[in-house]
Write a protein that binds this ligand. Structure first.
Ligand code: DGL
Length: 270
């Protein structure tokens, strides 16, 4: 009954942690495509091909349901995968929609017409590919009207996090927040639209100031998966073992993952 969780690297571990807390009996197989990270600087075809290969690997582990714990893949590849590639007996779900439902005060699957919501000025921090896709604005427009979104592509931040260079990562957060504030001086809410960024959540909150509500995805995605599995228990695949796979160097990836999550994590070669 395993479920697959995919990210280009370590960011999806922030989602995995919340999933494990919310669904302690479900074994999760985590796949980090570390060799090809970051995805955020790649073009849409490249992201699509890499994501499909990773998802196939998770299907081979007995995970019929795979969560793309990666906004870049969710934004640049998921729709195309769902429309023309995912077979009937498998599912691939992204991380965007639960976040947008929370921001727009909607319950899961509420498809009523877009309406006015409380927040009007939203800052989106994401990878260059996610910003370029405009997927966030598209999903938001289905649900809310009158929300002004200013997006900031946070070049370099995923590389710094993957390398474990937190000094550089903090400096990059400050400079990206400054750049955003030049375009939108007073955001009411900020979306961390990359699963790597919650690892820097304190730095974002500090740079944005206490008046800005920072939304990150982990708990929202965990709630929405729990709800999904209640309605579709058959999507728990036949795999029985959880684990961690990487296309990168398992020793190095395990070290960085252990440092981030402050518990021992051991990756094997994918
Ligand atoms: N953590 C991923 C995301 O949510 C991928 C970042 C990257 O590989 O650039 O976008």
């Amino acid at each position: 009954m395993a479920v697959g969780v995919f990210d280009s690297g370590l960011g999806g571990l922030t989602v995995l942690d919340a999933l494990t807390r919310r669904l302690p009996d479900v074994p999760f197989v985590y796949f980090a495509d570390s060799k090809h990270a970051p995805y955020g600087v790649r073009d849409a075809d490249d992201i699509y091909n890499l994501t499909c290969a990773a998802v196939e690997r998770l299907w081979a582990e007995g995970c019929d349901l795979v969560i793309l714990a990666c906004n870049t893949a969710s934004a640049a590849a998921l729709r195309r995968m769902q429309e023309s590639w995912v077979p009937k007996d498998k599912r691939v779900l992204g991380v965007f929609v639960p976040l947008i439902e929370a921001l727009t005060e909607r319950r899961w699957g509420d498809n009523s017409p877009p309406r006015e919501v409380a927040v009007k000025h939203v800052a989106l921090f994401a990878t260059p590919a996610t910003v370029r896709s405009r997927a966030f604005q598209r999903e938001l427009a289905f649900r809310a009207i009158g929300v002004d979104v200013e997006a900031q592509a946070c070049g370099g931040l995923v590389d710094a996090i993957e390398e474990g260079d937190m000094i550089l990562a903090e400096a990059l957060v400050r400079s990206h927040v400054d750049a955003l504030k030049r375009k939108m001086p007073e955001p009411e809410a900020a979306i961390l639209g990359c699963t790597h960024y919650p690892l820097m959540q304190d730095a974002f909150q500090e740079a944005l100031g206490p008046g800005v509500t920072v939304y990150s995805q982990a708990n929202l995605v965990a709630e929405s998966l729990a709800d999904y599995l209640k309605r579709h228990p058959g999507m728990l695949g036949k795999g029985t073992e959880g684990g961690f796979l990487t296309t990168g160097n398992p020793v190095k990836v395990s070290q960085n993952a252990t440092q981030f999550l402050r518990r021992k994590i051991t990756f094997s070669a994918a």
